[in-house]
Design a protein. Structure first.
Length: 183
Protein backbone atom coordinates (compact mmCIF):
# COMPACT_ATOMS: atom_id res chain seq x y z
CA UNK A 1 0.00 0.00 0.00
CA UNK A 2 1.48 3.38 -1.06
CA UNK A 3 -0.54 5.29 1.52
CA UNK A 4 -1.03 4.95 5.23
CA UNK A 5 -4.46 3.89 6.41
CA UNK A 6 -4.15 6.07 9.47
CA UNK A 7 -4.38 9.20 7.29
CA UNK A 8 -7.91 8.31 6.27
CA UNK A 9 -10.55 8.83 8.91
CA UNK A 10 -13.73 9.03 6.86
CA UNK A 11 -14.33 5.66 5.21
CA UNK A 12 -17.75 5.58 3.56
CA UNK A 13 -18.96 2.09 2.53
CA UNK A 14 -20.66 2.40 -0.83
CA UNK A 15 -21.73 -1.02 -2.03
CA UNK A 16 -18.68 -2.95 -3.24
CA UNK A 17 -16.35 0.04 -2.85
CA UNK A 18 -15.38 2.33 -0.02
CA UNK A 19 -14.83 6.04 -0.48
CA UNK A 20 -12.07 7.32 1.79
CA UNK A 21 -11.54 11.00 2.49
CA UNK A 22 -8.05 11.97 3.72
CA UNK A 23 -7.97 13.49 7.21
CA UNK A 24 -5.36 16.10 6.36
CA UNK A 25 -7.26 17.41 3.33
CA UNK A 26 -4.03 17.45 1.30
CA UNK A 27 -4.67 14.30 -0.72
CA UNK A 28 -7.45 13.40 -3.07
CA UNK A 29 -10.41 11.16 -2.29
CA UNK A 30 -9.51 7.47 -2.55
CA UNK A 31 -11.83 4.74 -3.75
CA UNK A 32 -11.05 1.26 -2.34
CA UNK A 33 -12.34 -2.12 -3.43
CA UNK A 34 -12.61 -4.40 -6.46
CA UNK A 35 -10.91 -2.74 -9.53
CA UNK A 36 -13.96 -3.22 -11.79
CA UNK A 37 -16.33 -1.81 -9.19
CA UNK A 38 -13.95 1.09 -8.58
CA UNK A 39 -14.01 1.96 -12.30
CA UNK A 40 -17.77 1.65 -12.39
CA UNK A 41 -18.08 3.86 -9.33
CA UNK A 42 -15.81 6.52 -10.87
CA UNK A 43 -17.89 6.41 -14.08
CA UNK A 44 -21.07 6.93 -12.06
CA UNK A 45 -19.45 9.83 -10.22
CA UNK A 46 -18.66 11.45 -13.58
CA UNK A 47 -22.17 10.95 -15.00
CA UNK A 48 -23.76 14.00 -13.28
CA UNK A 49 -20.89 16.16 -14.56
CA UNK A 50 -21.46 14.94 -18.13
CA UNK A 51 -25.23 15.44 -17.92
CA UNK A 52 -24.76 18.84 -16.31
CA UNK A 53 -22.39 19.86 -19.07
CA UNK A 54 -24.90 18.78 -21.72
CA UNK A 55 -27.61 20.89 -20.07
CA UNK A 56 -25.33 23.91 -20.08
CA UNK A 57 -24.41 23.48 -23.75
CA UNK A 58 -27.85 22.61 -25.16
CA UNK A 59 -29.64 25.97 -24.56
CA UNK A 60 -26.76 27.85 -26.18
CA UNK A 61 -27.01 25.63 -29.26
CA UNK A 62 -30.74 26.23 -29.68
CA UNK A 63 -30.41 29.96 -28.96
CA UNK A 64 -28.23 30.50 -32.02
CA UNK A 65 -29.94 32.78 -34.54
CA UNK A 66 -31.91 30.64 -36.99
CA UNK A 67 -34.06 33.39 -38.49
CA UNK A 68 -32.44 36.73 -39.17
CA UNK A 69 -33.07 40.08 -40.84
CA UNK A 70 -31.76 39.41 -44.33
CA UNK A 71 -32.35 42.59 -46.31
CA UNK A 72 -33.79 46.06 -45.80
CA UNK A 73 -35.21 48.41 -48.43
CA UNK A 74 -35.81 51.57 -46.38
CA UNK A 75 -36.44 54.14 -49.10
CA UNK A 76 -39.31 53.42 -51.44
CA UNK A 77 -38.45 54.42 -55.06
CA UNK A 78 -39.64 57.89 -56.07
CA UNK A 79 -41.24 60.46 -53.80
CA UNK A 80 -42.74 59.39 -50.50
CA UNK A 81 -46.32 60.08 -51.53
CA UNK A 82 -47.83 57.68 -49.03
CA UNK A 83 -49.69 55.69 -51.71
CA UNK A 84 -50.20 52.04 -50.86
CA UNK A 85 -47.94 51.03 -53.76
CA UNK A 86 -45.20 53.31 -52.48
CA UNK A 87 -45.63 52.08 -48.91
CA UNK A 88 -45.34 48.46 -50.03
CA UNK A 89 -42.13 49.18 -51.93
CA UNK A 90 -40.60 49.83 -48.51
CA UNK A 91 -39.91 46.48 -46.85
CA UNK A 92 -37.72 44.19 -44.78
CA UNK A 93 -36.93 40.57 -45.65
CA UNK A 94 -36.36 37.89 -43.03
CA UNK A 95 -34.67 34.57 -43.82
CA UNK A 96 -34.41 31.20 -42.12
CA UNK A 97 -30.67 30.58 -42.31
CA UNK A 98 -30.86 27.20 -40.56
CA UNK A 99 -31.34 23.75 -42.08
CA UNK A 100 -34.64 23.04 -40.31
CA UNK A 101 -38.09 24.61 -40.34
CA UNK A 102 -38.49 27.34 -37.73
CA UNK A 103 -41.60 28.72 -36.14
CA UNK A 104 -41.61 32.50 -35.76
CA UNK A 105 -45.11 32.61 -34.31
CA UNK A 106 -45.37 35.60 -32.00
CA UNK A 107 -42.10 37.10 -33.21
CA UNK A 108 -42.00 40.85 -33.89
CA UNK A 109 -40.25 43.22 -36.27
CA UNK A 110 -39.95 46.82 -35.18
CA UNK A 111 -38.06 50.06 -35.85
CA UNK A 112 -36.40 52.48 -33.41
CA UNK A 113 -39.68 54.29 -32.86
CA UNK A 114 -41.53 51.10 -31.99
CA UNK A 115 -43.75 50.52 -35.03
CA UNK A 116 -44.29 46.79 -34.71
CA UNK A 117 -45.36 43.96 -36.97
CA UNK A 118 -46.25 40.76 -35.08
CA UNK A 119 -46.30 37.35 -36.74
CA UNK A 120 -49.37 35.20 -36.26
CA UNK A 121 -48.91 31.41 -36.57
CA UNK A 122 -46.05 31.27 -39.03
CA UNK A 123 -43.27 28.86 -40.03
CA UNK A 124 -40.30 29.37 -42.31
CA UNK A 125 -38.85 26.36 -44.11
CA UNK A 126 -35.04 26.01 -44.39
CA UNK A 127 -33.69 28.85 -46.51
CA UNK A 128 -37.15 30.44 -46.90
CA UNK A 129 -37.66 34.20 -46.86
CA UNK A 130 -40.61 36.40 -45.97
CA UNK A 131 -40.99 40.04 -47.02
CA UNK A 132 -42.73 42.44 -44.64
CA UNK A 133 -44.22 45.39 -46.51
CA UNK A 134 -45.20 48.65 -44.85
CA UNK A 135 -48.62 49.11 -46.50
CA UNK A 136 -51.75 47.01 -46.84
CA UNK A 137 -52.10 43.77 -48.79
CA UNK A 138 -53.10 40.13 -48.73
CA UNK A 139 -50.88 38.14 -46.40
CA UNK A 140 -49.23 35.01 -47.79
CA UNK A 141 -46.39 32.65 -46.91
CA UNK A 142 -43.94 35.00 -48.65
CA UNK A 143 -45.43 38.46 -48.15
CA UNK A 144 -46.76 40.07 -44.99
CA UNK A 145 -48.08 43.59 -44.41
CA UNK A 146 -47.83 46.12 -41.60
CA UNK A 147 -51.07 47.63 -42.89
CA UNK A 148 -49.86 51.16 -42.20
CA UNK A 149 -50.80 54.37 -43.97
CA UNK A 150 -47.38 55.97 -43.64
CA UNK A 151 -43.76 54.77 -43.77
CA UNK A 152 -42.00 52.83 -41.02
CA UNK A 153 -38.35 52.86 -41.99
CA UNK A 154 -36.46 56.17 -41.93
CA UNK A 155 -34.65 56.88 -45.17
CA UNK A 156 -31.74 58.63 -43.47
CA UNK A 157 -31.02 55.83 -41.00
CA UNK A 158 -32.84 53.47 -38.72
CA UNK A 159 -32.59 50.09 -37.02
CA UNK A 160 -34.72 47.00 -37.57
CA UNK A 161 -35.12 44.76 -34.53
CA UNK A 162 -36.28 41.14 -34.70
CA UNK A 163 -37.55 39.74 -31.40
CA UNK A 164 -38.73 36.25 -30.57
CA UNK A 165 -42.01 35.45 -28.83
CA UNK A 166 -40.31 35.93 -25.46
CA UNK A 167 -39.40 39.50 -26.43
CA UNK A 168 -35.69 38.76 -26.72
CA UNK A 169 -33.92 40.52 -29.58
CA UNK A 170 -32.47 37.77 -31.77
CA UNK A 171 -31.12 40.04 -34.50
CA UNK A 172 -30.92 43.70 -35.42
CA UNK A 173 -29.78 45.61 -38.48
CA UNK A 174 -28.86 49.30 -38.59
CA UNK A 175 -28.30 51.57 -41.56
CA UNK A 176 -27.30 55.20 -41.99
CA UNK A 177 -28.28 55.99 -45.57
CA UNK A 178 -31.27 55.36 -47.86
CA UNK A 179 -29.51 52.52 -49.68
CA UNK A 180 -30.90 48.96 -49.55
CA UNK A 181 -28.76 46.77 -47.34
CA UNK A 182 -28.00 43.09 -46.80
CA UNK A 183 -27.76 42.61 -43.05
CA1 LIG B 1 -38.78 54.94 -45.77
Amino acid sequence: MPWRTSRFVHGVPFGAVTVVVPADGRSGVQILGDPFMRHLFRALLCLPLVLGGALLVAPQATAATSVKIYYVYPDSPGSDTGSNTSLNAEYVILKNVSSTSRSITGWTLRDRTGYTYKFPTFTLKPGAKVKIHTGRGTASSTDRYYGRTWYVWNNTGDTAYLKNSAGTTVHSCAWSSNKPKYC
